[in-house]
Design a protein around this ligand. Structure first.
Ligand SMILES: Nc1ncnc2c1ncn2[C@@H]1O[C@H](COP(=O)(O)OP(=O)(O)OP(=O)(O)O)[C@@H](O)[C@H]1O
Ligand SMILES: [Mg+2]
Length: 241
């Protein structure tokens, strides 16, 4: 069996969160080891996006802990959580529509935390040459896929220790899906730890070192991608595959 890294970067402990009276996260527990890609899988509405938002403080946790290198982030403002080294690529593409691609990328730049790779605008253009071609275009005029790439690049330029990515391939053309999948693999190989929410199981399995399946606001399974694919009952019950 593949062992997990000794060093834990991000640890989510018994996390609860609500929207009004709806108790959505009901004790989420998982961790991300240094250099791991951990996927959060599950059916629609299982609480995957809410988990990422709760880590970022965008939905305030009602109890539980989010430890980054042992330090609890719960209760901190989102921008501080971001500054501590947690990068977040939300499902909704977050771009500055009136600024150009280059200007959007500049907005994301932050000095590297020691130990994490220093990302550059040129590296972003290597991943996504399309963005280079459109570097002087206003971001609001980009296609949905290009906006998605731009959001991911801008977040990476903040040199996060751990990157949370919510459905990066949603609504993208198949060719672009492959490009994004390859970029995620490369980002991982360069040492960034990732929490990935991805609806396309094939992609999630390909890029993940560890997978967590969510159901009813909790983690109902965790293991290796092989352990998941070998468990047909689980796939049917929790992923409707
Ligand atoms: N802003 C909100 N207000 C009230 N309820 C919400 C809000 N956002 C999400 N929910 C509810 O919380 C539950 C979990 O939603 P979440 O967005 O975390 O699911 P998900 O696993 O990301 O699935 P998907 O992205 O496919 O919708 C769902 O029942 C959803 O209806
Ligand atoms: Mg979601």
């Amino acid at each position: 069996m593949k062992t997990r890294p000794n060093t834990t970067l991000l640890e989510v402990q018994d996390l609860h969160a609500c929207y009004g009276k709806s108790h959505i996260l009901q004790g989420v527990n998982f961790h991300v080891g240094e250099g791991e890609v951990v996927s959060l899988l599950g059916r629609n509405g299982s609480g995957r996006s809410t988990t990422l938002k709760a880590i970022m403080g965008l939905v305030p946790p009602t109890s539980g802990q989010v430890l980054l290198e042992g330090r609890d982030l719960v209760g901190e403002r989102s921008y501080k959580i971001c500054k501590s080294g947690v990068g977040y690529v939300p499902e909704e593409r977050e771009i500055f529509a009136n600024l150009t691609v280059d200007e959007n990328l500049c907005m994301g730049q932050q000095p590297a935390h020691s130990g994490t790779p220093e990302w550059t605008v040129e590296k972003m253009f290597d991943y996504f040459p399309r963005l280079k071609e459109r570097r002087n275009t206003k971001a609001g005029n980009l296609s949905g896929g290009e906006q998605q790439m731009l959001t991911m690049c801008r977040t990476l330029l903040g040199n996060p220790k751990v990157l949370l990515i919510d459905e990066p391939t949603e609504g993208l053309a198949p060719k672009v899906v492959t490009v994004v999948g390859e970029a995620i693999k490369d980002i991982h190989q360069r040492g960034v730890s990732i929490v990935l929410v991805e609806q396309k199981l094939a992609i999630a399995l390909k890029v993940s070192s560890h997978v967590c399946v969510m159901g009813h606001g909790r983690i109902v399974f965790e293991g290796t991608p092989d352990e998941l694919t070998g468990n047909s009952k689980l796939l049917t019950e929790w992923l409707a595959v």
